[in-house]
Design a protein around this ligand. Structure first.
Ligand SMILES: NC(=O)c1ccc[n+]([C@@H]2O[C@H](COP(=O)([O-])OP(=O)(O)OC[C@H]3O[C@@H](n4cnc5c(N)ncnc54)[C@H](O)[C@@H]3O)[C@@H](O)[C@H]2O)c1
Ligand SMILES: [Zn+2]
Length: 350
């Protein structure tokens, strides 16, 4: 078992280990006390892990209610969010009660946003069940839902009180959903340096998954500690995301977040070299890492479609778009670019 402490507005632990779900009740009581809990989860996760988590909480004397919504990115919207709020109110959750977000990034983002806003904010615990949620979305306090205009356009910063990552839950993920997490892991590798990158790029790390998750969470914790509210260096975590979000949007979310980010990283690394923003071409390294991790290396959208979609990305200021440019493995920079150059950049990357 491994533990990483995140120091943000509030300090909390990310506990990573095999078989932790069974003891999640005890861990939660130890951290937040014996309050009532609302489990928020999706239908797939509920069918595999819902009972186990509910049992663990009940055994610790926690009164549990549960809200289950249809799995998938299309549920991460205002409608589901409102249903969750009404559910919390109907079940009379009070200020000192908690939300338990059980699932992937979609569950974590929407349940976290509900926790941030219900009664002006209640505590919540993240129990990530996807590789992506384990290394990325469950840590750092960004919560959100999508609007018609784009991804994550309504949200809040709200840190969890505890993150419980049971690595055993990853065993039931499909290869595609596991690959989504691998894309974010490759991102951490590109940000951090050769050692982590090579490990993930090999595609051969499942035996060391606990260490890999802990390493990625450590990197995220360090970034969040220094820039919790995303006004500076935290933006580095958006490597591949401007184009990635555009791909998600163009595909009507048929292409999942991780797959889209994978392509986003490939395209921006290629474009950066071709447009002479960097001296070194690392795009082949990224390409090989994607292939080894069962991730896509091309998509069917035109540069025009993608640049149009990227234009409405929320990371856009009035005059510039901040792109994360990989100069080398372990050396990325934030570069404000002109939105009018979007088409040129995306064309060069594809
Ligand atoms: N808040 C953040 O900092 C942050 C960071 C990265 C990504 N995100 C968000 O995370 C979301 C993507 O998260 P995701 O990839 O986890 O998607 P997801 O939550 O949709 O999960 C993917 C699929 O896997 C299923 N699933 C989950 N756990 C499972 C398990 N253990 N076994 C079998 N099936 C399981 C789910 O039901 C779903 O169908 C996106 O909305 C993205 O914007 C947020
Ligand atoms: Zn992401």
């Amino acid at each position: 078992m491994k533990k990483v402490t995140v120091s943000a507005t509030k300090e909390y632990d990310v506990v990573i280990g095999k078989g932790l779900l069974e003891d999640c009740g005890k861990m939660i009581v130890k951290t937040v006390g014996k309050s009532n809990a609302a489990i928020i989860t999706d239908d797939i996760v509920d069918s595999i892990y819902g009972e186990k988590v509910e049992k663990s909480l009940c055994e610790c004397g926690i009164k549990v209610s549960k809200f289950v919504f249809k799995n998938g990115e299309e549920s991460k919207n205002l409608e589901t969010y409102c249903e969750i709020l009404e559910f919390l109110a109907e079940n009379k959750l009070k200020r000192n009660d908690i939300i338990v977000a059980l699932g992937g990034g979609v569950v974590g983002d929407i349940a976290g946003y509900a926790a941030a806003t219900y009664l002006r904010g209640i505590k919540f615990v993240q129990i990530p069940t996807t590789f992506l949620a384990a290394i990325d979305s469950s840590v750092g306090g960004k919560t959100a839902v999508n609007l018609k205009a784009g991804k994550n356009l309504a949200g809040a910063f709200h840190q969890p009180s505890l993150v419980i990552c049971d690595t055993q839950t990853l065993e039931t993920l499909s290869a595609d959903r596991f690959a989504d997490g691998a894309a974010e892991a490759i991102k951490y590798g590109v940000l951090d340096g050769e050692e982590l990158f090579e490990k993930i790029a090999s595609g051969d790390y499942i035996a060391e998954i606990e260490d890999i998750i802990a390493k990625c969470v450590e990197i995220k914790a360090e970034v969040v500690k220094n820039d919790e509210f995303d006004t500076g260096m935290r933006q580095l975590l958006n490597l591949g995301h401007t184009i990635g979000h555009a791909i998600e949007k163009c595909s009507n979310f048929e292409i999942t977040h991780g797959h889209a980010v994978a392509l986003g990283m490939l395209y921006i690394s290629r474009a950066a070299y071709k447009l002479k923003l960097v001296e070194k071409d690392i795009s082949d390294k990224i390409l090989n890492a994607l292939i080894k991790n069962n991730l896509p290396v091309s998509c069917s959208f035109s540069p025009e479609e993608l640049s149009e979609a990227a234009g409405s990305d929320k990371k856009r200021n009035a005059d510039t778009i901040n792109f994360i440019i990989p100069k080398d493995i372990g050396d990325c920079v934030i570069k404000p670019l002109n939105p009018q150059d979007l088409l040129k950049i995306i064309s060069a990357g594809m």
